[in-house]
Ligand binder design. Structure first.
Ligand code: FE2
Length: 294
């Protein structure tokens, strides 16, 4: 490493560099929905407390029309954030609603729900994300609940360099607070649009795990040797520990998600739609579901 690079690292003390970049994989789930699996795939099984990230984006109804008919969940939270299209959600507790563009549904499955997630459209673009966030062992069997917000309830911040930041959860360094609150993992969930030539800086809790997922365009960040690393669309960058992140949109501008959360550091046992701490709890979840105890 040369002197210049050493100096750059010293200046960047606390800056979160990119540990690695992962490309989303094509996957089919639900009743035949085509999507891109970004977390919960061989290259990135999880990023504690984040268990899964799916990105879906298609204007071919065949890719999404089958939706996700009734299915159960237990032990974690499922966050649906839509950019385009409409998704109707209903569950066995009588909760029903439509998620619209720019809106979020933060569903806490807790001890169990059975729900369906179906496109409320027969044509046109459907684009959005589903992120699964783990719950600590002591709260996996809490009652289920929802935090659902339409686009108008999500504050937007206009930053330097023309950045437009939608704050869905957590609080930015400039003081904007998102409507979703979850003290168990203290998540930050931002949707950022950065024009070409713009730079975006945000502070992050030091111990949180964090990632950037590029939706459109390309970002430039620093790797662990302070060298440049590019992050292009459909790629996720895992960020090292630190107190802030700095990202530049060089050529094309970029739209991306910046997500961070406090790791739980607990064992993770997965069984399809259930995420618990050990296999006996997974077997119990299957038994409870089969016995109609959800
Ligand atoms: Fe679901």
């Amino acid at each position: 490493m040369n002197q210049q690079a050493t100096q750059a690292i010293t200046e960047d003390q606390g800056l979160r560099h990119v540990v690695r970049v992962v490309r989303g994989l094509p996957e089919t789930d639900g009743a035949g929905v085509k999507l891109t699996r970004v977390i919960a795939q061989p290259a990135l099984q999880q990023l504690d407390p984040f268990l899964l990230l799916d990105a879906f984006r298609s204007d071919h109804p065949d890719d999404y029309i089958a939706g996700f008919p009734p299915h159960p969940h237990r032990g974690f939270e499922a966050v649906t954030y839509l950019l385009a299209g409409r998704v109707r959600h209903s569950d066995n507790a009588g909760f029903e609603g439509v998620i619209e563009p720019g809106g979020v549904q933060w569903m806490t499955a807790g001890r169990g729900i059975i729900h369906s997630e179906m496109p409320e459209q027969a044509e046109g673009l459907l684009q959005g994300f589903q992120l699964w966030i783990n719950l600590p062992a002591a709260h996996k069997m809490d009652p289920p609940g929802y935090q659902q917000y339409a686009a108008a309830a999500i504050p937007e911040e206009l930053g330097l360099d023309g950045a437009r930041v939608r704050v869905i959860a957590g609080r930015t360094m400039r003081g904007t607070r998102g409507p979703v609150a979850q003290p168990l993992t203290d998540p930050l969930f931002l949707d950022v649009e950065l024009p070409a030539g713009g730079r975006f800086t945000e502070s992050l809790p030091v111990g949180h795990n964090a990632f950037v997922y590029v939706i459109d365009g390309a970002l430039e960040a620093r790797d662990s040797d302070a060298g440049p690393v590019g992050i292009t669309a459909d790629h996720l960058a895992v960020l090292a520990p630190g107190d802030r992140v700095s990202l530049a949109a060089e050529q094309s501008g970029a739209r991306f998600l910046l997500v961070a959360g406090r790791p739980l550091n607990e064992p993770v046992a997965r069984g399809g739609p259930f995420v618990m701490n050990d296999q006996s709890e997974i077997r119990q979840a299957h038994a409870d579901y089969a016995a109609g105890r959800f």
